[in-house]
Write a protein that binds this ligand. Structure first.
Ligand SMILES: Nc1ncnc2c1ncn2[C@@H]1O[C@H](COP(=O)(O)OP(=O)(O)OP(=O)(O)O)[C@@H](O)[C@H]1O
Ligand SMILES: [Mg+2]
Length: 679
């Protein structure tokens, strides 16, 4: 290493080092009467007994002892991964008892660097990303942390391995990556539990050389080891036996000297982002990790999503179908004119008197209604059947006497010719309009029926108009229909003075129910009693809307149940994912992740699974809808409303949050030591 500033230098090291042998120095770690006991079945077993220990800045301490003597337990307490059962532990003079989980995480993040016997690198990401993790939680700028990770790796001889995954590295290389990670945020105090335990002797020597160099540069190093040769390289040895400190001595063989450390490193930690962009950065990191986790278990992710996919697809297509058929029915109704009221001859429905045909609804009644300000137009109507003949074609037909406003009221269109006007009605012209069926029946071989004369019974009628084919699903029939002025019909065909019904088109500015009541009153005053039937297209429309809406609601609620089942599937898989990645959670906590960071990571994963499931569900719904629509059925169409699609996404996000919460919280509440010890 050259005289150049090294990234390996500790962040917060003082300008001068004072050995703890000199009496007035303040220890950085101070343990008084520390005990640790575990519940083992019925009884509590005590692992650590009355540990009194001071550790000073710049020391290199080896903790030795037999297996099971409590070395790792002590180490975990020193590193704030675990809490003592009793006793006082001060770090930098502050009692850790008073710190909550997040403050402990901050302590680990900013002051400690952990090195484990089995490296504990995250297998899904490369060396450089592994090294950079502590800086993510510290809120360091992305480019700065990547650059620093690169530099640290280079100084540890891994410049060409930055993009290797842990599985593509040797044990010694992995341990060096984990040393780089420990140094990422400064690594003022390095805690190494058997750092050479899994390494061959050459790699072990390399690691020890690095640790010694770090110690010379000002890092405080505390390590646990079995190996007396390694302990001999420390300047202080603490020996544990059955949870008691049985020896604590300066190593006579170590000629330990401290180099004055530079404090230029400080500059690095100043490159922190503001809290919002650091938060977004951590979100992105969590997002990246979630994607990696989902990618690692594609099949499982897909199966988990299946519940959501089916749920969302069924909700969206059922709502679409409901909307489609509703629209279809409503458009059929609107072909009767947007807002019409039909007044028909006969007592009202359910009236115990004669059921039909009072024969007292007259054209004058229609005119009286037509004169009202809220009525745009009125079309009287009489219906009959007759036999019609044109040349040698004879056919039974429907014939309707209509008013001049008939087309306006029904919304039907002319394909050829013209309709009736006031003159036709007044002069009882013998003009007729024919529908498309009649045109096909009588004029199959003639291009233009206009001007031709059809005999209705023995009354001749001249064709002046042809209606466009009727797409109306309700009234579509194959029987030919002819129309003539109702006045002509009354005098020439029926020989009567009454009409069967009339349809009134209500001005759009008026409420149809108010118009209906006004018409009712007007006709009662004319007739002396309610001897007519009145029907409002608007109320039919409302009834149909209400029925289809409640049908949609009903079926949707069934689909919602399937969504909930899907959500429980997501929860289940998230619990599996948490238990599978317990070790990763432990590592993240050791390098300083907050509980909220862990929580976020798993919540994001749950939401991502659900959102992806939701997207696939919407796509599936589109495919189903396309399938149904391509069948070409006139009155069975799927109509997608943006609201149902937005609702699907909101719904899947909510499911993700709802069912991801429990697993995410259980991950966040894990004890770091327990998490680390699990594989
Ligand atoms: N969570 C726990 N619950 C119960 N007992 C525990 C727990 N963790 C550790 N112990 C016990 O505490 C004792 C000390 O364990 P520790 O891991 O500290 O030993 P060690 O000195 O590090 O040993 P080794 O050298 O084998 O790593 C052991 O007897 C172990 O069984
Ligand atoms: Mg141990």
């Amino acid at each position: 290493m050259t005289t150049q500033t090294s990234a390996l230098t500790a962040t917060n090291t003082p300008k001068t080092h004072t050995s703890h042998a000199t009496t007035d120095a303040q220890p950085i770690m101070q343990l008084t009467g520390i005990t640790k006991s575990f519940q083992a079945g019925e009884q509590r077993i005590q692992i650590l007994h009355n540990i009194n220990l001071n550790i000073y800045q710049g020391e290199m301490v080896a903790i030795i002892g037999q297996s099971g003597s409590g070395k790792s337990t002590l180490m975990n307490i020193l590193g704030c991964l675990d809490q003592p059962s009793s006793g006082e532990y001060l770090i930098f003079g502050d009692p850790i008892k008073r710190l909550d989980a997040d403050q402990l995480a901050k302590l680990r993040r900013e002051h400690f660097g952990f090195i484990f016997q089995r490296y504990h690198l995250l297998g899904d990401i490369n060396a450089q990303d592994n090294v950079a993790i502590p800086a993510v939680y510290a809120g360091t700028d992305h480019s700065i942390r990547m650059q620093r990770a690169q530099q640290l790796l280079a100084e540890l001889g891994l410049a060409d391995k930055t993009h290797n995954r842990p599985s593509q590295l040797s044990g010694g290389q992995q341990q060096r990556v984990s040393i780089a990670r420990a140094l990422m945020n400064g690594g003022e105090i390095i805690l190494a539990d058997e750092p050479t335990g899994a390494l061959d002797s050459k790699s072990g020597e390399d690691v020890m050389a690095i640790l010694q160099r770090l110690n010379r540069q000002g890092h405080t190093v505390i390590m646990v080891t079995h190996d007396p040769n390694i302990a001999a390289q420390a300047n202080r040895v603490i020996e544990l036996k059955d949870g008691h400190i049985v020896a604590d001595y300066q190593n006579p063989s170590s000629n330990h000297s401290h180099h004055q450390s530079s404090s230029t490193e400080k500059a690095y930690s100043l490159h922190k982002k503001n809290s919002l962009s650091a938060f977004i950065d951590r979100l992105l990191e969590a997002f990246k990790m979630s994607l990696l986790a989902m990618k690692a278990h594609k099949m499982r992710t897909l199966l988990t999503m299946l519940g959501i996919i089916i749920g969302i697809a069924s909700v969206v297509s059922i709502v679409g179908l409901g909307k489609g058929s509703q629209e279809q029915i409503l458009s059929n109704i609107s072909s009767l004119g947007t807002n019409t009221i039909t007044i028909a001859d006969g007592y009202p429905w359910g009236d115990p008197r004669r059921r039909y045909h009072n024969k007292n609804l007259t054209p004058e009644d229609a005119q009286a209604v037509s004169a009202q300000p809220y009525i745009v137009s009125v079309s009287p109507q009489i219906d009959a059947t007759a036999t019609a003949r044109y040349r040698n074609i004879q056919e039974s037909i429907n014939i309707s006497g209509i008013g001049e406003d008939y087309l306006k009221v029904t919304g039907e269109k002319l394909a050829q010719g013209q309709g009736f006007d006031a003159q036709s009605i007044r002069h009882r012209t013998q003009d007729i309009i024919i529908d498309n069926n009649a045109k096909r029946t009588f004029f199959a071989n003639e291009a233009n029926p206009i001007g031709k004369v059809i005999l209705i019974g023995n009354v001749p009628g001249r064709v002046i108009g042809v209606l466009a084919p009727n797409k109306d699903a309700f009234s579509a029939s194959d029987s030919p229909t002819l129309y003539m002025p109702y006045t002509t019909m009354m005098s020439r065909i029926q020989g009567s003075t009454y009409i069967e019904r009339f349809v009134a088109l209500v001005d759009s500015g008026y409420a149809s129910s108010a118009a209906e009541n006004a018409i009712k009153e007007l006709l009662i005053s004319r007739h002396g009693e309610e001897d007519f039937r009145i029907r409002n297209s608007d109320s039919i429309r409302k009834t149909i809307e209400a029925t289809t809406t409640s049908m949609t609601l009903l079926i949707s609620s069934i689909a919602v149940i399937s969504l909930i089942v899907g959500g429980i599937g997501v929860m289940n898989i998230m619990l599996v994912s948490v238990s599978e990645r317990t070790n990763e959670i432990g590592v993240r906590m050791a390098v300083g992740a907050r509980q909220s960071d862990i929580m976020q990571q798993f919540l994001i994963e749950a939401i991502l699974v659900c959102l992806l499931g939701g997207t696939l569900g919407v796509l599936l719904a589109f495919m189903i809808g396309e399938g149904i629509n391509s069948l070409g059925s006139e009155d069975f169409k799927v109509l997608y409303s943006p609201t149902s699609i937005i609702a699907a996404f909101v719904c899947s996000t909510l499911i993700g949050i709802l069912f991801g919460f429990l697993p995410a919280r259980s991950a966040a509440k894990l004890n770091p030591v327990e998490a680390l010890s699990r594989d």
